[in-house]
Design a protein around this ligand. Structure first.
Ligand code: B12
Length: 210
């Protein structure tokens, strides 16, 4: 098989092909990390580009997202680590008003793979929900994902809600998603921003160990 076919299957929204090809690659011994970083994520970037150029519209985005999810369903279980004390607690979600969850799911899986206990709240998560869940453990890493410029302010709202609940000093807030930048993270008073899922795990470990 050609690994590049994984990229093509996702761009073209072929969910069955995407799933089969990823399974084949795994069976041939290709690492999940390579499949995700070299073929799957670049495919979603290409889909975004086609959308911007008005070659793709929402239905095509959805089909590609489904193909991406089918592919992820094969690699996700392989990223998980089992047994042992968790290195820390993660509460993760896509902020209110935002339904994009592919990147968030990747971060959640890799955090789990990195030994964190992960509480995934899903998409369209209101600030109060994050607060409620962050209370449960000390030093919870609260991971906020946003893919829309219009929902980024919800990250700030969530940080404010944590402050109001007296939890800000007891939590570590990490933000990410394609439109988020280090500068934005600094402006809203987040503890960290990272560009991708693997560096997010690294960063979370550093911050928890402090
Ligand atoms: C797939 C997709 C969709 C799918 C989502 C399906 C799903 N279940 O997620 C659907 C079709 C539903 C969709 C809908 C919409 N979308 Co859309 N979508 C995309 C697309 C093509 C890919 C996103 C993606 O999955 N990327 C792949 C993942 C792996 O990358 P990622 O999310 O960035 O995550 C990585 C990092 O950012 C980071 N990360 C992510 N989260 C976090 C969190 C933390 C804490 C950390 C540390 C790191 C981190 O790690 C991840 C892995 O490395 C993007 C284009 C793009 N290039 O981003 C547009 C895009 C985000 N969508 C866009 C738009 C406009 C919309 C709609 C408004 C379209 C419409 N007219 O209806 C709606 C909004 C719906 C809503 N309320 O949320 C725009 C946003 C523009 C803007 N500036 O705000 C984009 C940029 C497309 C474009 N170029 O115009 N979309």
């Amino acid at each position: 098989m050609e690994l590049q076919d994984i990229f093509t299957a996702i761009v073209e929204g072929e969910d069955d092909d995407a799933e089969e090809l990823v399974q084949e690659a795994i069976d041939e011994g290709v690492s999940p990390g390579e499949i995700i970083n070299k073929y799957m994520i670049p495919a979603m970037d290409e889909v975004g580009r086609l959308f911007e150029e008005e070659e793709y519209f929402v239905p095509e985005l959805l089909m590609s997202a489904n193909a991406m999810k089918a592919a992820l369903s094969i690699v996700q279980p392989l990223l998980k680590q089992s047994g042992g004390e968790p290195v820390g607690y993660v509460v993760i979600g896509t902020v209110k008003g935002d339904l994009h969850d592919i990147g968030k799911n990747l971060v959640a899986s890799l955090m789990e793979g990195g030994g964190f206990e992960v509480n995934d709240l899903g998409v369209d998560v209101a600030p109060e929900r994050f607060v409620e869940e962050a209370k449960k453990h000390d030093k919870t890493v609260v991971c906020l994902s946003a893919l829309l410029t219009t929902t980024m302010p919800q990250m700030k709202a969530t940080i404010e809600a944590l402050k109001e609940a007296g939890l800000r000093d007891k939590t570590i807030v990490m933000v990410g998603g394609a439109p988020v930048t280090q500068q934005f993270a600094d402006e809203i008073g987040a503890d960290a921003y990272t560009l991708n899922a693997s560096s997010a795990v690294q960063k979370a470990k550093e911050l928890v160990a402090k």
